[in-house]
Design a protein around this ligand. Structure first.
Ligand code: SF4
Length: 406
C-alpha cells in the first residue's frame, strides 16, 4: 500500500494504526506536497516525516516539489476558504500523483495521512478516492483514526517523539486567510531578509533546531524541545540615508523601530556611532569584522558572502544526498548480480540433488551435504555435468574432493 504523507504529526499516528490494521501489507510512504510554502517549510516537514517513517521502519519516497504546477492547478481559487474548491483540487493533485506512483510500483491500494486532520473534509477526500478507483483502478483506503480518542493519542505521540508541529495547513493562501481571521495581518513566516540573516522563530531557525534534534538523537543524547513565547518581529523594508543619499548598509534591526527615524550622530566610541534617537547605532565595517571575526571589504561583500555560504552549504547537502543515492544505486546493481549468482547456485544444487538420487539412489545423496558447501558456480556446473556420465559414485566423490577447496 502506498500512503501519501503530509507531515510528521499526521503520518506518525496514521502509519502506526495502518500497520496494526494491515499486518500483511508492505506499507510505503510517499511525501508529495508541492502545496507547502515556503520551500524551507516544505523541507522541514519532509525531513520530519522521514524521521517518523524511520522510527516505524517504513520506507519513504519523496515526490517532486513542483510548486509552479500546483499554483497553476489552483489558479482562480486563491480566495476559496479551507475545505473549499482549492482544497479539493489540492487533494486531487496529491492523490493523483500517489495513484500514478502506486500503479508504477504495483501497489493496489493507496491512502493518505490527510485523513487524520480535523481540518480536512473527509467527504472531499472520499470523492477523490472514488476518482482514483475509477481512473487508476486502485483502492483508496479510508480510515478515520482520529475518532474514539485517536486525535488525543496522536497529539500525545507527536509530543513524546518531539515531532515538529506546524501551525498552518501548508499553502500561502490558507496561511494568509488564517492570519487575517486571527487578526494578525502578516504571515511573518514568509519574510526572510535578503541579507540571509536567520531570524528568531523563523522557519530557517526551526530547520536548524530540528537538524540539531536529529544529531542529538543519533548520538543518543537526551534532549527536550521547549516552546517559548517572545516578541516576534520582521523588517519589512529598511534603508539608511544621509542627506537623501542611500548608503549601502547591513541592517541588524530592532523590534520597536516602527517607522522612519531621523537624527544625528551624537558621539562615536570604539567604532560605534550612537544616534541621538531610538538608541540606533552604526557600526563601522572594521568593527563589524572585529566583532564577528570576519574580513569583509564592503557591505556588498557581506551580502554576497552570506548568500555564498548558504548556497555552499545547500550545495554540499545536495551533493551528499546525490552521493548517497549513487552509492545506493551501485549497491542495488551489486545486489541484483549477487541475487542472480545465488539463484543460479541454488538451481544447480537442486539439479545435483535430483541427479544424485536418480543415478545413485539413497547412497548418492550422502554426497550432497559436501557439495552444498561449494560456493563456486563453475565447479557446481562441472559436478552437475559429471553426474550425468559418471560410472560410479566414487568418481563423483573424487571430483568433489578435488574441488572442495574452491
Ligand atoms: S489550505 Fe491546505 S488543503 Fe487547502 S489548498 Fe491550501 S494546502 Fe491545500
Amino acid at each position: 500500500m502506498l500512503v501519501h504523507l503530509c507531515c510528521g504529526v499526521d503520518a506518525g499516528y496514521f502509519l502506526k494504526k495502518l500497520k496494526e490494521d494491515f499486518p500483511a501489507e508492505t506499507i510505503v510512504g510517499f511525501f508529495y506536497d508541492p502545496n507547502i510554502h515556503p520551500y524551507n517549510e516544505y523541507l522541514l516537514r519532509m525531513e520530519d516525516t522521514k524521521r517518523v517513517c524511520n522510527k516505524l521502519n517504513i520506507q519513504m519516497i519523496e515526490g517532486d516539489y513542483n510548486y509552479e504546477y500546483w499554483l497553476k492547478r489552483v489558479s482562480g481559487y486563491e480566495n476559496e476558504p479551507e475545505k473549499g474548491v482549492r482544497c479539493s483540487i489540492c487533494f486531487d493533485i496529491s492523490l493523483e500523483e500517489t495513484a500514478k506512483l502506486a500503479k508504477k510500483f504495483g501497489h493496489n491500494k493507496i491512502s493518505t495521512s490527510l485523513l487524520m486532520s480535523p481540518m480536512k473534509s473527509k467527504e472531499q477526500l472520499a470523492s477523490v478516492g472514488k476518482m482514483v478507483k475509477r481512473v487508476y483502478d486502485i483502492d483508496f483506503i479510508i480510515k478515520d483514526y482520529s475518532l474514539k480518542g485517536g486525535h488525543q493519542k496522536q497529539q500525545q505521540m507527536a509530543k513524546e517523539n518531539q515531532v515538529y508541529r506546524q501551525d498552518y495547513c501548508g499553502c500561502i493562501f490558507g496561511l494568509i486567510a488564517q492570519r487575517e481571521k486571527n487578526g494578525d495581518n502578516k504571515p511573518d513566516e514568509l519574510y526572510s531578509p535578503i541579507t540571509r540573516q536567520i531570524l528568531p522563530a523563523s522557519i530557517e531557525e526551526r530547520l536548524q533546531l530540528y537538524a540539531e534534534r536529529d544529531k542529538l538523537e543519533e548520538k543518543n543524547i537526551e534532549f527536550k524541545i521547549i516552546k517559548e513565547n517572545f516578541l516576534n518581529y520582521r523588517l519589512l523594508n529598511g534603508k539608511v540615508t544621509i542627506q537623501k543619499k542611500t548608503i549601502p548598509s547591513y541592517i541588524l534591526f530592532y523590534s520597536y523601530l516602527e517607522r522612519k527615524n531621523g537624527g544625528r550622530v551624537e558621539f562615536e566610541k570604539d567604532g560605534i556611532a550612537h544616534l541621538n534617537r531610538m538608541q540606533i547605532k552604526f557600526i563601522s565595517l572594521k568593527k563589524f569584522n572585529f566583532l564577528l571575526n570576519k574580513n569583509y571589504n564592503s557591505i556588498y561583500e557581506i551580502i554576497k558572502k552570506e548568500g555564498f555560504e548558504e548556497g555552499y552549504h545547500k550545495g554540499k547537502e545536495e551533493g551528499l544526498k546525490e552521493g548517497i543515492l549513487k552509492e545506493k544505486e551501485e549497491g542495488f546493481k551489486e545486489g541484483i548480480l549477487k541475487g542472480i549468482e545465488e539463484g543460479i547456485r541454488e538451481g544447480l544444487l537442486k539439479g545435483i540433488e535430483i541427479g544424485l538420487e536418480v543415478r545413485f539412489g539413497a547412497e548418492g545423496l550422502t554426497l550432497y551435504p559436501i557439495i552444498k558447501k561449494i560456493k563456486n558456480v563453475d565447479v557446481l556446473e562441472a559436478i552437475s555435468e559429471a553426474i550425468k556420465t559418471a560410472k560410479s559414485l566414487e568418481e563423483i566423490e573424487k571430483l568433489c574432493k578435488k574441488f572442495y577447496s574452491l
